[in-house]
Design a protein around this ligand. Structure first.
Ligand code: PGA
Length: 251
């Protein structure tokens, strides 16, 4: 993990209503507010962001969004812009594989989103990862390399970027990548950054995501290029998510 401060980010996806989200946030706060040496982020649904940001204000837990529009404003029914999120959240997940697959997000849109987030002085958590067919064809490294490079086209705010390697086949399946696989691919991500912005390659945090839990987090975080985790299912249980935070803090 070199000298980089680890990050544990929870992606709640389309789970929790306002009340249960507030309860989850306050439970995580109670269990982890004093844990240091790790950046903690929760990404609730949009509808809960304002209330949860108030609840966590002044605490050691930051709030992120799960998506953002690539446009600044206008006739875009149902969309939320980066400037609307300013002051509410510190991070925004961009390019999650569920949005690429279900919402047909293109690399061009994703790169515009990452730029919009950084220009609004928030940190994009840019996701990349191959599906099972690509892995079985032996093309995981070249695919992720090309995808990440395309998604970073035009990006310049290198002080404000987190990358998350999330193999599609490991998300929500209970079958995480092995620590060797995750190390190999997070290193591929870091090489892409090194090519685009050599000065930033050793400081940008590269996370692993996909079925991370308290049983596998230690092994994953012990790898030199894995700087934390983007967590779905296990982020919905305060006890389990807190264990990940504690593991990262001592790791
Ligand atoms: P998971 O989701 O932890 O439930 O596999 C990870 C993610 O989608 O970021």
């Amino acid at each position: 993990m070199a000298n980089r401060v680890p990050v544990i980010a929870g992606n709640w996806k389309m789970n929790t209503d306002v009340e249960s989200g507030l309860k989850l946030a306050s439970d995580i706060l109670r269990l982890t507010n004093d844990v240091s040496g790790v950046e903690k982020i929760v990404c609730p649904p949009f509808i809960s962001i304002t209330r949860i940001a108030e609840e966590l204000s002044g605490s050691s837990i930051q709030v992120g969004a799960q998506n953002v529009s690539s446009s600044a404003n206008g006739a875009l029914t149902g969309e939320i812009s980066a400037t609307m999120l300013q002051g509410q959240v510190s991070h925004v997940i961009v390019g999650h594989s569920e949005r690429r697959a279900q919402n047909n997000e293109t690399s061009e849109q994703i790169s515009l989103k990452a730029i919009a987030v950084a220009e609004a002085r928030m940190t994009p958590i840019l996701c990349t990862g191959e599906d099972l067919a690509i892995r079985q064809a032996g093309k995981a490294s070249s695919f992720v390399s090309e995808q990440l490079e395309a998604n970073l086209a035009g990006f310049t705010e290198w002080d404000s970027l987190i990358v998350a390697y999330e193999p599609v086949w490991a998300i929500g399946t209970g079958e995480a990548a092995t620590s060797d696989q995750a190390q190999e691919m997070t290193a591929v991500c870091r090489e892409v950054i090194r090519k685009l912005a050599p000065h930033a390659a050793d400081s940008i945090r590269v996370l692993y995501g996909g079925s991370v839990n308290s049983g596998n987090v230690g092994e994953l975080l012990s790898q030199p290029d894995i700087d934390g985790a983007l967590v779905g299912g296990a982020s919905l249980k305060a006890d389990e998510f807190s264990k990940l935070i504690v593991a990262a803090s001592s790791g």
